[in-house]
Design a binder for this molecule. Sequence first.
Ligand SMILES: C[S@@+](CC[C@H](N)C(=O)[O-])C[C@H]1O[C@@H](n2cnc3c(N)ncnc32)[C@H](O)[C@@H]1O
Ligand code: SF4
Length: 336
Amino acid sequence: MLVDAYQRPIRDLRVSVTDRCNFRCTYCMPLDQYEWIDKKEILTFEEITRLARLFIQFGVEKIRLTGGEPLVRQDLPVLVEELSALHGLKDLCLTTNGALLAEKIESLKKAGLRRVNISIDTLDAEKFKRMTKRGDLNKVLEGIFAAKNAGLAPIKLNAVIERGVNDDDILPLVEFSRTHGFAMRFIEYMDVGNSNNWTSAKLVSKKEILEKIAARYPLKEIGRERGSAPSVNYEFVDGQGDLGVIASVTEPFCSSCTRVRLTADGKIVTCLFAQIGHDVKARLRAGASDLEVGEFIGHLWRNRTDRYSAERLEALKSSNYDPKSHKKIEMISLGG
Ligand SMILES: C[S@@+](CC[C@H](N)C(=O)[O-])C[C@H]1O[C@@H](n2cnc3c(N)ncnc32)[C@H](O)[C@@H]1O
Ligand code: SF4
């Protein structure tokens, strides 16, 4: 079994299928202008599928398609179909902002997609527009219910909580998800990328999020899926569903992190907060054999020592953390 320098196996692959996005969420893409990756530098579906097959040979069981906004990538169902046919893959999932989901859900389902995570940070249409700069809440709600009507399950709803912006949306989101049978995943606001001006003051911690919810709807901890998933899950004591919190800032899960990322332009990245990616596309396009590409992947993973969130917490505790001192790859190209 392939393990890294801290004995962590490789189990999950996140593929950013595009760096483009139809939203500009303030916590993710705050700039006015972005320089997009040249189209010919973006991995083709054949290249992604070939790499996915090799990753599966090393132990990957789960693939998440993300971005940028994965649904702006043309013909995404073709990739879904190719990936869902891969032998040994146990789970294929999509993370989307939901804006294009209603129109694409049937073809995605036909291609083999069984479940989806949809981001929704507020149920207030005006605030939604402010937070995403261009999103239409109604379109996203349409997408969520289209996924439900198409029979996808479970449907998880992701919300990033930012102090003073949408911390008052926690309970309405919980109530919405309980009513309709969705599973909320609250995400601590993180210092991803280099331009979201993250400060710890904007963070609403897992503890605070849970206190707010449990005061109204008592909760019981059920733990992490497979022991290594980012989300710590809770069920409502009244039996009406469950929710999770992803606390990468206040309760880092680096010690059990089994995730590898593939950027839209073909770089392998071993941590969400990495400073560099490792160019596998150059090898593919230079004609490397599966054995050679496999050796490259094996070498990278065996030498992996990333534990950025754990180090950040240590620095935050000693008031010695400056997010700007560590230049990271933008989340849109490496896949959140
Ligand atoms: C980068 S997005 C890509 C997929 C898709 N466009 C979407 O929004 O779901 C993946 C996830 O990362 C989350 N995310 C983006 N920026 C974040 C930040 N600064 N802190 C925490 N989560 C963040 C988003 O809310 C989303 O749930
Ligand atoms: S969080 Fe998703 S929808 Fe929002 S800007 Fe980032 S990639 Fe786009």
